[in-house]
Design a protein around this ligand. Structure first.
Ligand SMILES: [Zn+2]
Length: 165
């Protein structure tokens, strides 16, 4: 067990963690200026990001535009259809059918977990746009980075000044 590295904090931390949970959350995302890049269907959108406030503002702008364009976000469809048997019923099935039935139940449970996350992500995105919550917009964009045209990245910028030696 260690102590939080923030001056005057000293909250105990889990081994290997530099900062406690609280300080981790408060820590700025942008510690030096970055280039925020969104790869979209019709090209890239690039933003100069000197600090968190600008990051959240840019995120809200992009997320809002995507909603306006209409084809970026879909309300998740109906939940995956459950198998027509329960876990309890599997136990009383002939043995030759059990493995297959169990597999079907597990597949459904996984699809359900995925579906729940999808709904949560969608709801977060809607909430971010409606309440103009830039921080939530950023989280939402980060969460949906998996999609082909939904990715974004924070690139380092190089100084044009000669290196000090
Ligand atoms: Zn702390």
């Amino acid at each position: 067990m260690g102590r939080c590295k923030t001056k005057d904090c000293k909250t105990p931390t889990v081994a290997g963690m530099g900062l406690c949970r609280d300080c981790q959350r408060k820590k700025p995302i942008i510690e030096e200026p970055r280039l925020l890049v969104f790869k979209e269907k019709h090209g890239e959108r690039n933003f100069y990001i000197p600090d968190d406030a600008t990051l959240f503002k840019a995120a809200l702008k992009v997320l809002t535009d995507r909603f306006k364009e209409g084809y970026w976000y879909y309300k998740p469809e109906d939940p995956p259809k459950a198998p027509d048997f329960t876990k309890e019923q599997v136990a009383s099935m002939p043995e030759s059918m059990r493995a297959d039935a169990t597999k079907k139940l597990m597949k459904h449970a996984e699809a359900m977990r995925y579906y729940v996350r999808e709904v949560e992500d969608y709801n977060d995105a809607v909430k971010a746009v409606n309440t103009k919550d830039g921080r939530l917009a950023w989280q939402s964009l980060r969460n949906s980075s998996g999609g082909e045209y939904q990715g974004c990245s924070l690139e380092r910028l190089e100084s044009a000044e000669p290196d000090e030696d």
